[in-house]
Design a protein around this ligand. Sequence first.
Ligand code: FAD
Length: 489
Amino acid sequence: NIHLVWFRHDLRMTDNRALTAACEDESAIVIGLFVHTPIQSKLHHQSPGGGYFMAQHVKALWSALDAKGIPLITIDSTDFGASVDEVINLINKLSVTSIYFNKQYEINEQLRDKQLIKRLNERLNRINVNTYDDSVLIKPGRVLTLNGEMFRVYTPFRNAFLKELTDQDIHVDTAPKERRLDHPFALNQYQVNSLNVIEAMIDYYKTITPQSVIDAMPKIGEDEAIKRLRGFCENHLTEYGSKRDFPAYDGTSQLSAYLVYGILSPRQCVRRMMLNCPNVFEDKDSGAFCWLNELIWREFYRHLIVMFPFLVKHKPMIAWTDNVKWNNDAKQLEAWKNGQTGYPIVDAAMRQLNQTGWMHNRLRMIVASFLVKDLLIDWRLGEQYFMSKLIDGDFAANNGGWQWAASTGCDAAPYFRIFNPTTQSERFDENGEFIRRFVPELSELSNKAIHAPYEHGFSRSPHYPRPIVVHKEARKQTLAAYELAKNNS
Ligand code: FAD
């Protein structure tokens, strides 16, 4: 038997449902596969940093699999359509008997897999197709209301989710054992080329990724991801609830990129958390529960895109919000992207994104709210910009976050709750420590003046812009635009 494991955003050995299943039969030859589809990645606005992070993990996976006697074939393709042809071709050449892969939930990914399965079913030599819901704790569609529908609000979803979660859902599989079997001869030609493909992929992304993003990138490797998870659970979990909202402080796990590319599984996160805080499920006031809550937000957004596929087609959850007449001022959009809005907290956050490829969650909420509710710019433009810069860019979480901030999605609070960027700044970066780090032009200002320099007579530097909008007025304009859209629906 020849088992082919198609790796996607699940670039790890430990607790990989598809890999574990493929290795169950000890007499089967197991071959890994990774297909690079750069044109598709461009269409999905994958950031260069995300690509570089991914490519290096493909190499790490190649080595880890190789050490266990499992070859990893890497193919350079263009887009998903072409990748299906390549995979069928490979299956024919190697006489594969079973294919294993972990599901992806975005629409093009689902279409690719449907197409593959259809083509495989049309063949004379049928092969077994085995798919897994590996990137989530609970398969989308299992957590439903009493009427059998998907929740549209988070808290009841979370409560139902916790009731539904079983021990099996958080069982962590160990990495496969070493296997030394003769490989089919036809494999040689692919094997020779695989490392070249990986090196070329790494070089390509490296040349397009800013050096500052490379310098700030989380360390490469499954062991590094596990080390970070352990360190976070041992040292920061208990204080997570009280520290997670302050961007100047390293209070969150920064595991997001590892989770997006599947260097870690959510099950590993929950298990490790339970080791450090065994009462996490009972103690709802604990820092650990607060962190678990974030992992369930991740699940919520993944379930949403499966249960409401229109979300993947750039549609809002609340239909009438599609009638909002956006301002979409190109200059203001550029100022936002470049961290030149005149609102220090917004600018510091956007510069953190541009320079490091990551942004703190509180700041993601602030800058998203600012783009949509202060500049009245379509949330989809912000969503796309985030994807093109974030190393942890993930369709479901990003779309969910943007729709939350724009009040077009699953936020329990109504559209008229609008963040005040200056108040947010005073509350979550009280001494301006974070602002000083990313907006050096303002580093000499007092703790009070730094949140709104021009309101405190700031005149020293010609380089820092005046606020591009007045929040109070912008707020009124936005409320009117939303009200009009609602009344016209
Ligand atoms: P921690 O606070 O340590 O949380 C642990 C993990 O839980 C994270 O790594 C992440 O996987 C998950 N998580 C935490 N918060 C959320 C959330 N609100 N929604 C979904 N999952 C969450 N997260 C992404 O992974 N990719 C994105 O593209 C993304 N875009 C966002 C856009 C906006 C506008 C907003 C408001 C949020 C976005 N998030 C996104 C969610 C969140 O900001 C990041 O997951 C978090 O900042 C990552 O840092 P961390 O690993 O230290 O998180």
